[in-house]
Design a protein. Structure first.
Lengths: 705, 499
């Protein structure tokens, strides 16, 4: 593949789509076609008894289109669009059963997908702003300039936040973390792996095969773009990815060892294998940063992706073959199902040997490469080659992380995880093909002839045969695949030919197998099984049920704490604050208005009380109108008498009593009398005063004169 | 002299609506004829509007109706931003009317309802085509009055209370807006008060009274913001969800509330001008208010279990997306705000119509009653799915385009608060995911353990009058989502002119 095909669709979905076909994309598109083809053929039997087949197939193929779109995308915008479509269409797979546990798992899946998508979108915005482009060819160059401090932001200034500056570099890292969150959620990277162990057991088996085999790889695809295309030579980033990879790898395998559910074990195993791949990606960054060729890590990571896709296809379809006959996945229930079923046994074994990293199977090759890359890095650190430019950040931690001893430890974590992989695959194989079911063994044996249709058997065996072929002819097959893909990873340096089957390389694989054997015999047969009544031993789930990241942290935080707190705050605002504000506003304004209203009134009242006060009412004088009463009654009687005498009948007219008249009269008379009296006495008084003054004057004149 | 066509789409529905009020068309046998008449009238009006828009917006075609005094005129003017709003309204109204016929089939007092419903069309057109702040203010007040009977329509206590609160809030808000009107008139640089891209303030006079004018801008923003359900004046909107669904969908998700947002765009970009406002404290105040509303509305929507009220809270949140775009005060911000104005119109009317269809067919109004409805009403819930995904901002749908534009514009503006706005938008998108997807998941994957396993309920998709608008809206969402280039070109051009 020398020349890449490109296809640009301008204007679609806003910024236009940009698709491209080069070596890596070709390999992954072909794998997608293969996987969907095989699962589709297998679905025919698996889905035969379901009613909602059309729904299943609709979303099955829609997801295919979206997934291929992700792998073909040549800019991050296109990646994001197809990524989101893929998340939503695959949701229907998980919820397909519509049982309570599937709905719960689907809820988790959707929540992780939506949350991951949103965070990724935020990262995408930030990235677009910092780099000015989302094209995969360009982001590496631009990011390199930003990290080297040569480039400021597209609009010429760093962003002001709270008075300070956030440099382009910090923004770039932030964007990287946000996008890593989104892609990592899909890939199943710790601590966002929670959806995998829940979703796989409930989804239809062909869908699980795809979810685990290739949808997680879409997340890995994004991580590769971030790590290999954008942060190509960045040690900090590489360290982060490698550490996440190691943790994911180890914890996934640990969960798988404890699991007693066939598909759950496989799902946890997927988490662990994604950890292997991420470790490889991280190592490639670190090696490039150290200035060494990173082809070992690049090829290891890429081949492990391919291998894991193919292996998980086979393993999940085998689990599907079990489930469609028994509708059970618990290891104790399905014990012994695989006996006397050579096709199933062959396929499962191929997968188990492949993933366990047994020499001559394909997993061995990629794991060897990954192992070598860790060894090489540790070696480099010992020589001190990488010590030349330690990152300035977190000085306390970095020396520890760049110490050769740490990476020796990492190597042993790697080998130990390989051992756990062997152990849990042995656990599954023994349960399926060696153990006898205490109750239904005969029934199981009778199913041997018709447990799979010819079509299912053919495609399954066909898919399984690929694994040893790849593993036994690595120079002809896997090296070529790796050659096609390594360009995409920006692999650099000279590749010294790796001899997969020399003792130095076999040693690592053999150590893992040995660890696996010990683990199986001691831990699994010893600790994780207990005797049962019929004399055999049964598998028990010893994983403490409270130790579940989802139920322990995510659900309480996201379902209770976050909506609880936000909801309570806003609810309080809505219920009390706003209505209180309105009430207070009305209260204050009404008090104010009323005060203004009273202002005029009170002014008037004040005036009346003071300046413009009315004269006091005249006091009622004591009743001195006896004469008026007597006279009035006399007149009344006289009137009545007159009526009777002259025979006037009572016409209903109310005769006004003359008493009042008389009183009025009397009052007037009295008033007049008073006036006269007063004026008379007033006159007298004046007269007296005048008299006195005259007298005084006379006396004065008399004495002075 | 063809400018008279600008006045026709405004006055035709108002006059016909008024005439309808006095017609004795309440009788049953008139029902069909009345429907034909109204639908014909509304389509005719949309065609008139289309003709007016199709005539081009070169140089801003204007029509002066009359003068109040020297420079104060009542005038219509068709510019590109007005034509976007007018076109949107003209596209939605005939479909919503069609939907209303079936929805209101069993109601009393249909004549009154449709009379006011039709009159609102003209008033909304008046807002879209208003050429200056006075005209805008006039139609803005009229919109409150003419839609009040529609809110009151059920005549229950709740509806009366909602109507009263709607009236208080709107009239109160308009009073604040009036202050802005007066100041803009007082400080306008040219003789007329016509809207002008880039603002019409006299730079010299304005700079002297800078803080006063900024304060007035904030007042007017919150005043018009009342109709756009800006925090803290949003309470009328969820209450108004008691109105019949055609009203909630068309008026309280598009016409009325978008008028508020549209008026704010006019105020910010065409009256005060972004050159005057950008970078001032007033911008931070209004932007913060918009951001609070975004977060607030979507969180309240998650808490709400009454379906239409939940959608109303979602509207509260989404309207502030538009305001957030406007408060960025950049050309790109305006384009983004307008793109969300268009996209949200389709998404929310579609979502409300789905809720209405369910209410009409089964009487279910609470979300926990919707278990398994998706299978019984596939068309309705299919459309709801599209609208929900679009509201969440999933690629392929219109909502993604507008959110992308908003966030890009926020980054582009380069302000720290703009960045915080992006975080708020994403928080809100997450909440949208919760409050919309819970409905969808419930409808398509009923939880068997749920307390309301209402399996016995029989419901089907509604008739064509309701499903056709739904399908058209869903198709429009997809179309905008897949091929937004022509729309965005237009909106970017408007932004370029105005910023």
């Amino acid at each position: 593949m020398t020349e890449a095909m490109e296809w640009v669709l301008p204007g679609i979905c806003g910024m236009g789509l940009h698709l491209k076909l080069d070596g890596f994309r070709l390999v992954y598109s072909l794998i997608a076609v293969l996987m969907w083809g095989v699962s589709g053929a297998f679905s025919k039997q698996y889905m035969a008894h379901y009613k909602k087949k059309s729904r299943y197939y609709l979303f099955f193929w829609a997801t295919f289109a979206a997934t291929v779109g992700v792998f073909l995308s040549a800019d991050l915008y296109t990646t994001f669009i197809f990524f989101e479509i893929m998340s939503f269409t695959s949701y229907v797979w998980v919820a397909f059963d519509e049982k309570p546990e599937s709905l719960r798992a689907a809820e988790t899946y959707l929540a992780v997908a939506v949350l991951g998508g949103m965070v990724m979108l935020m990262g995408l915005f930030l990235l677009h702003d910092v780099l000015g482009t989302l094209d995969m060819e360009q982001i590496g160059i631009e990011a390199g300039r930003v990290l080297a401090g040569e480039r400021t932001l597209s609009h010429g200034a760093d962003i002001h936040v709270a008075g300070g500056f956030v440099s382009a570099k910090v923004q770039l890292y932030t964007a990287g973390f946000l996008m890593l969150f989104g892609f990592g959620a899909k890939a199943g990277c710790f601590p966002l792996h929670i959806w995998l162990p829940k979703a796989h057991p409930v989804a239809p088996a062909p869908a699980s095969a795809l979810l685990s085999g290739i949808l997680t790889k879409a997340g890995v695809f994004g991580i590769i773009i971030l790590s290999c295309t954008m942060f190509t030579n960045d040690g900090n980033w590489g360290l982060l990815i490698a550490l996440l990879g190691l943790v994911t790898m180890f914890l996934g395998a640990l969960l798988a060892v404890f699991s007693v559910n066939l598909k759950r074990t496989l799902a946890c195993s997927s988490v662990s294998q994604i950890g292997f791949i991420m470790t490889g990606i991280g190592m490639s960054c670190l090696l490039a940063w150290a200035g060494e060729g990173n082809l070992l890590a690049v090829r290891g990571a890429f081949l492990h992706m391919v291998n894991h896709s193919l292996i998980k296809l086979v393993l999940f379809l085998c689990a599907g073959a079990v489930f469609m006959n028994l509708h059970q996945l618990d290891l104790n229930e399905i014990r012994g199902f695989g006996r006397k079923k050579p096709a199933l046994c062959f396929c499962f074994l191929m997968g188990a040997l492949g993933i366990g990293g047994i020499p001559l199977w394909n997993g061995y090759v990629s794991k060897t490469l990954l192992h070598e890359s860790i060894v090489e890095y540790a070696h480099l650190l010992e020589e001190g080659a990488a010590a030349k430019g330690l990152p300035a950040a977190s000085p306390a931690l970095i020396p520890f992380l760049t110490a050769p001893g740490f990476w020796k430890g990492a190597e042993w974590v790697f080998l130990f995880t390989g051992g756990m992989t062997v152990a849990y695959m042995v656990k599954l194989s023994v349960a399926l093909f060696v153990d006898k079911n205490p109750k239904r063994q005969e029934e199981f044996d009778q199913m041997s002839s018709h447990y799979m249709t010819a079509l299912s058997r053919t495609v399954l065996v066909g898919a399984a045969v690929i694994l040893p072929v790849l593993g036994m002819l690595p120079y002809n097959t896997m090296n070529r695949i790796a050659d096609m893909g390594q360009e995409f990873f920006r692999g650099s340096g000279h590749l010294h030919e790796v001899h997969y089957f020399t003792f130095a390389n076999l040693k690592g694989g053999l150590i893992s197998v040995a660890i696996g054997a010990v683990l199986y015999m001691t831990v699994i047969r010893g600790l994780l099984m207990e005797p049962e009544e019929g004399g055999g031993r049964r598998y028990v789930d010893r994983w403490p049920s409270w130790l579940d990241l989802e139920n322990l942290i995510y659900r309480p935080v996201l379902q209770r704490a976050l909506p609880g707190i936000c909801g309570a705050v806003f609810g309080f605002v809505d219920q009390y604050l706003i209505s209180t504000m309105v009430t207070v506003f009305f209260a204050v304004s009404s008090v104010f208005c009323r005060a203004l209203d009273y202002l005029t009134d009170s002014l008037v009242v004040l005036m009346r009380r003071t300046v413009c006060s009315q004269l006091p009412e005249p006091k009622n004088r004591p009743e001195t109108d006896r004469l008026a009463h007597i006279l009035g009654r006399l007149v009344d009687r006289w009137e009545k008498l007159k009526d009777r005498l002259f025979g006037k009948e009572d016409t209903g007219r109310v005769r006004v009593s003359a008493v009042h008249h008389m009183i009025e009269r009397e009052k007037r008379v009295k008033h007049m009398t008073d006036l006269v009296e007063q004026s008379f006495s007033f006159g007298l008084m004046l007269f007296c005063i005048g008299l006195c003054m005259t007298l005084g004057y006379l006396l004065f004149v008399f004495y002075m004169g | 002299m063809n400018e008279i066509i600008l006045a026709l789409p405004v006055f035709l529905p108002v006059l016909s609506g008024t005439v309808m009020l006095f017609q004795p068309w309440g009788k049953k046998e008139w029902s069909r004829k009345r429907e034909l008449f109204i639908e014909g009238l509304v389509i005719l009006n949309s065609l008139l509007a289309a003709a007016a828009i199709g005539g081009g917006t070169d140089g801003g075609r204007r029509l002066v109706l009359f003068r109040l005094y020297s420079t104060l005129t009542i005038m219509f003017k068709l510019d590109s931003m007005g034509s976007v709003f007018a076109g949107l309204v003209a596209f939605l109204w005939p479909l919503a009317t069609l939907y209303a016929f079936e929805y209101m089939k069993h109601e009393e007092r249909k004549n009154t309802f449709f009379a006011f419903y039709t009159m609102t069309y003209g008033i909304t057109m008046g807002i879209a085509l208003a050429g200056n702040l006075v005209t805008l203010y006039l139609f803005y007040e009229m919109l409150t009055l003419v839609t009040l009977p529609l809110v009151l329509f059920p005549l229950t206590t709740e509806a009366v209370r909602a109507g009263r609160s709607y009236l208080y809030y709107s009239i109160g808000g308009a009073a604040f807006a009036f202050i802005g009107l007066v100041f803009v008139l007082g400080f306008s640089s040219v003789g007329t008060t016509e809207f002008m891209a880039g603002g019409m303030l006299d730079p010299g006079k304005a700079m002297e009274n800078r803080n006063t004018l900024l304060f007035v801008y904030v007042l007017a923003f919150f005043g018009f913001g009342v109709k756009a359900a800006l925090f803290p004046c949003y309470r009328w909107l969820p209450k108004a969800a008691v109105a019949p669904t055609p009203v909630t969908a068309l008026l309280h998700a598009v016409a009325v509330v978008k008028s508020g947002a549209f008026a704010i765009l006019r105020l910010t970009f065409f009256s005060f001008g972004t050159g005057f406002l950008r970078g001032t404290w007033a911008q931070w105040v209004v932007m913060a208010a918009a951001m609070i509303t975004i977060a607030f509305g979507s969180t309240m929507a998650v808490r709400e279990v009454h379906w239409k009220r939940r959608l109303a809270y979602s509207t509260v949140s989404n309207l502030s997306y538009i305001l957030f775009g406007a408060t960025l005060m950049t050309p790109f911000g305006l384009a983004a705000a307008l793109s969300h104005l268009v996209a949200h119109a389709f998404m929310k009317i579609c979502a409300f119509f789905c809720a209405g269809a369910v209410m009409h067919q089964s009487g279910k109004i609470y979300i926990y009653e919707l278990d398994g409805m998706g299978k019984k009403m596939p068309v309705t819930f299919g459309c709801l799915l599209i609208s929900s995904l679009s509201l969440m901002g999933v690629p392929l749908f219109a909502g993604f385009i507008s959110k992308w534009n908003l966030a890009s514009a926020a980054f582009d503006s380069g302000s720290g608060l703009g960045l915080a706005g992006v975080a708020v938008i994403l928080y809100s998108a997450l909440m949208t995911g919760i409050y919309m997807m819970t409905v969808i998941v419930r409808a398509f994957f009923p939880s068997l353990t749920g307390k309301t396993a209402t399996a016995a309920l029989e419901a089907t998709d509604p008739g064509w009058m309701m499903t056709v608008p739904l399908v058209i809206f869903a198709a429009a969402i997809l179309l905008i989502g897949l091929h937004p280039a022509p729309l965005m070109r237009l909106l970017t051009m408007i932004g370029g002119e105005a910023g």
